[in-house]
Design a protein around this ligand. Structure first.
Ligand SMILES: Nc1ncnc2c1ncn2[C@@H]1O[C@H](COP(=O)(O)OP(=O)(O)O)[C@@H](O)[C@H]1O
Ligand SMILES: [Mg+2]
Length: 269
């Protein structure tokens, strides 16, 4: 069974008529993790934002995005807002950009949870603190009183993961969640994302330009180049027998992953 089915998704810039995503079709199996890989500018983030309907207003999209019996492309903005967070949750490359810089992070968390649940403040904070402790954030109450710029990138990502633990979304879209982090935090955040999947049994779309990272978490993979899907299939078979020249190139450069990171990954597995 598939949790998300995308058919002939097309995204273009109405100002220039430039097509950013060309006729993209793929499925995410329920409970699985599908990776999207490809070089910078290949359309990974535009694809993710298209699923969430969060692309800039000058971009338009057509095609079908089937999720829980509905076509997300047909929903009103209000209906879409109810599905964001609770059903479809996005974790971004820069944790910072997910938070309002002028408020302590707790404000964003409270607002998000209050949109979806009728919990009182105490209940809400109890659940959030519990989530934060499970991603090994110590003194959660104190962290919630900090501004985003007072926290490291790794901490912000873990706060987003803790929020996802509380929200229990059906699908998590993680767009390069580890790319901006130092090696140690990359490893920790990746481990937390793997555990998050195990705990809440969600499906996941995991974007990365790094096949080494993807290999650790994904069951399926979709390879993008210049706004098009050039290859898709099970992770193992694509790694073993990449059909497209670009995928072969990706597989060969994967070997150049930093040794330090590889050592950490092996220690943890
Ligand atoms: N808001 C936008 N307006 C116009 N073009 C955009 C916008 N966002 C991304 N693009 C263009 O779409 C293409 C794909 O970008 P993106 O999805 O961000 O790539 P990736 O995430 O794979 O690095 C790029 O050519 C980029 O310049
Ligand atoms: Mg991107």
């Amino acid at each position: 069974m598939n949790i998300v089915e995308v058919e002939q998704l097309k995204v273009w810039d109405t100002r220039t008529d430039q097509v950013l995503i060309q006729d993209s079709s793929f499925k995410v199996r329920k409970g699985s993790c599908m990776a999207i890989v490809g070089e910078s500018g290949s359309g990974k983030s535009v694809t993710c934002r298209a699923l969430m309907r969060l692309n800039s207003s000058h971009l338009r999209q057509t095609g079908m995005i089937r999720f829980q019996g509905e076509d997300l492309n047909q929903l009103s903005e209000q209906e879409m807002r109810r599905r964001r967070g609770k059903h479809l949750c996005m974790i971004l490359q820069h944790g910072m950009s997910a938070f309002d810089p002028s408020c302590v992070v707790g404000v964003h968390i409270r607002e998000t949870l209050q949109t979806h649940y009728n919990w009182n403040i105490r209940e809400l904070e109890r659940r959030m603190c519990h989530g934060m402790e499970s991603v090994r954030l110590r003194n959660p109450a104190e962290i919630l009183n900090r501004y985003p710029h007072q926290l490291s990138g790794g901490m912000l990502q873990r706060i987003m993961i803790a929020l996802a633990l509380v929200l229990e979304p059906d699908v998590i879209i993680a767009d390069e969640p580890t790319t901006a982090l130092d090696t140690i935090s990359q490893y920790e955040v990746l481990e937390q994302l793997i555990q998050l999947r195990e705990r809440i049994g969600c499906s996941m779309i995991f974007v990365s330009h790094d096949l080494g990272v993807v290999q650790k978490i994904a069951d399926d993979v979709l390879v993008m180049k210049d706004g098009q899907i050039v290859e898709q299939g099970r992770m193992k078979s694509v790694l073993q027998e990449p059909a497209h020249a670009y995928t072969r190139y990706l597989v060969s450069t994967r070997l150049e992953l930093s040794n330090h990171f590889k050592a950490l990954m092996e220690e943890g597995s």
